[in-house]
Design a binder for this molecule. Structure first.
Ligand code: TMP
Ligand code: ASP
Length: 246
């Protein structure tokens, strides 16, 4: 049973509001509150909607997966789940960079490289995107990252090695509950001590999860592609993570 604490008791100023989450200060400057919202967007905000109870599902899913990574030696921003829609997270300076990890061709990689969706990639592929909605989050490489000063080359190397380690951990863990981890987006930052940590969220908003047997999509592609069954898919991912059963 999760302890339900009232976020209002800790919630200070709103520091940031994105499409799916908001961040608030707390009385401790090293800790923030992260709220998971029901709002959903796709295609750089061109498509907008609500996924009923998404904030609830995502807060629980991301808590379970962050906890799993922490238990396996990955440093994250996650400090604990305060209530159904709120996490306590470490204050971090984010790099303004999205790191996408791909195991199977789908989405923009399938389109860009002319691959059939579902083609197994021989090795995991890492891609970097600039976080800039007005530009449609353009694809960039390590030279752009360096020239734009988004992070140091050492920090990029740490992020890439963390991303590959996270990929091994998540892929194996999710396979035990019948979920194939197709691709996903990670965001990293530095904590006040200068350590690179995983931030943001790990949810069906930011990952493609396919049922390992049927290939059914259990993620935000159901919303992007108007497939229906969006809420049921998020609930199913949470059910499998909670019960440990596929
Ligand atoms: P893509 O195929 O559209 O490039 O997406 C790759 C993965 O990254 C997919 O699992 C969805 C996730 N993603 C986000 O979380 N946020 C984004 O803004 C984009 C473009 C993708
Ligand atoms: N979340 C992003 C957007 O709003 C992209 C996506 O997930 O499709 O555009």
């Amino acid at each position: 049973m999760m302890l339900q604490k009232d976020p209002a008791a800790l919630r200070g100023e709103k520091l940031y509001e994105g499409k799916a989450k908001a961040l608030f200060s707390t009385p401790d400057p090293s800790i923030m509150l992260m709220e998971f919202k029901d709002d959903a967007t796709a295609f750089d905000g061109k498509k907008k909607g609500t996924i009923v109870e998404k904030g609830y599902f995502n807060a629980h899913i991301s808590a379970i997966l962050n906890r799993y990574l922490e238990q396996n030696g990955i440093h994250t921003h996650f400090l604990g789940q305060l209530s159904d829609r709120y996490h306590l997270v470490r204050h971090m300076d984010m790099f303004g960079l999205e790191v996408v990890v791909r195991n199977i061709a789908a989405g923009s990689l399938a389109r860009r490289l002319g691959m059939d969706e579902g083609t197994l990639l021989e090795k995991p592929v890492l891609e970097h995107f600039l976080k800039a909605d007005e530009l449609g989050d353009p694809w960039i490489n390590a030279y752009h990252v360096d020239a734009m000063g988004l992070c140091t080359p050492d920090q990029l190397a740490i992020m890439e090695s963390l991303a590959l380690k996270i990929n091994r951990l998540l892929t194996d863990h999710l396979e035990t509950i019948g979920l194939t981890l197709v691709d996903y987006k990670l965001e990293f930052g530095v904590d006040p001590d200068g350590n690179v940590r995983l931030g943001d969220e790990i949810t069906p908003d930011t990952c493609r999860f396919w049922d390992s047997t049927s290939g059914d999509k259990l993620d935000k592609d159901r919303f992007r592609q108007d497939m229906g069954g969006v809420e049921d898919a998020y609930a199913e991912v949470l059910r499998r993570l909670t019960t440990g059963q596929s």
